[in-house]
Write a protein that binds this ligand. Sequence first.
Ligand SMILES: Cc1ncc(COP(=O)(O)O)c(C=O)c1O
Length: 475
Amino acid sequence: MTQWANHGLDLHLDLGSGGGVRAGLEQALRQAVRDGRLAPGTRLPSSRVLAQDLGVARNTVADAYGQLVAEGWLTARQGSGTRVARGTFAEPTPPLAAPVVSAPTGLVESDYGQSYPYDLRPGSPDLSSFPIDAWLAASRRALAVAPRDALGYTDPRGRPELREALAEYLARVRGVRTEPGLIVVCSGFVQAIGLLGRALYGIGGRRIAVEALGFPNTRTILRNAGLETVRLPLDAGGARVDRLAGEDALLLTPSHQFPTGTAMPPARRTAAVMWAREHGAVIVEDDYDGEFRYDRQPVGAVQGLAPNHVVYAGTASKSLAPGLRLGWLVLPPRLLEPVVREKQLADRHSPVLDQLTLAELIVSGAYDRHVRRMRARYRRRRDRLVTAVAQRAPRVRVSGIAAGLHAVLELPADGPGEAELVARAERQGLALSGMALFGSGTGPALVVGYGTPPEHAFAGALERLCAVLDSADRP
Ligand SMILES: Cc1ncc(COP(=O)(O)O)c(C=O)c1O
């Protein structure tokens, strides 16, 4: 039986075409059957589940299914659900449109928003679990009480409601020590690191140390800000801070190194802070998935050790959705003015309505509840991944701590390499990322984003991953 996956139909739906949601859904399903992405016999998700994933009414999906059954594309039988009919209309599967990896620009492939039947690339949470009802309710409440001048040009640091909510939340959940006045709300980490890079350059900074493996875009952004980036080697404890040599700043992912998945041990966190104090340098702590730790309580942010030397950077991209483009910087006092100035020049301030909504979501407790629910879900997915890999590909090692939304799968050195496995997976409709996208210096490995698929597609994605690994596990 072929498992259903969300074939990116939400992306193919043309809701603005005048035909309506139902017509768009029917068209998308017909097209998916026609070009073979939905094979004959494939069981479709229940109308309830698909409606939830697509954010449409259940009746809309039920009606679309009914229409396609009537047309002969689908069959519906009591007990076996709705399936793709075993007809002759499926045409050969065309090759997937674009390569998974775009080496020349160094962009991570998920940046393109291209969808695959199954997607285990890192970088995205399960978007089908976005808390729509809670978000709408928070938005309504927030707007009802917001002063009208909130809709005008506002403080470049962002709305005070959100900065107050974040100061309380980050203190409680991540051990961050700050006050609302030192927080700057920005358009995700990507804007945050650009603002910071320019601010550091503006106050005389010239060299920043970065982890040898990380997001290629981050280094590009820092270089565009005028800074020289120096790569620090990594070991099992993360960045080798003992190798620092005269840099003005240091960018770290200490809670869960991206992408290798290690946690920085206490002694090294302290060593980094001591280095910053001694040299008047700045540590930038990218805490992109700090809420998601499964084997123990999350370890508090390094910022809590030295608020005058550490910039804390957080984002809603993993906890809620990257499309929100909401992130925040918690700054040492001396960096506040330079960063605020850059923010003002970049876009005056971030959009107000989403800030007010996020503030209300946090204050009402709905944000905590969502994070708790997702933590349990991602933890189960990680456990399933670890178990499946141990059974199906025992020579593949899952490394890194039990945290976050991605895991590293170290491949046997005598098997097919990363690129070959990524290509094999692609032929199965599964998008994967190799470690080489993020830098060099490790053995062959895959960086598996188990948080990415919608819940109903996870099993299918895992099955395909295991099939690909199985073929790689033999020498
Ligand atoms: C290491 C790292 N930092 C930050 C982010 C978040 O970036 P942004 O807030 O711009 O979406 C990600 C997301 O994939 C990440 O992997």
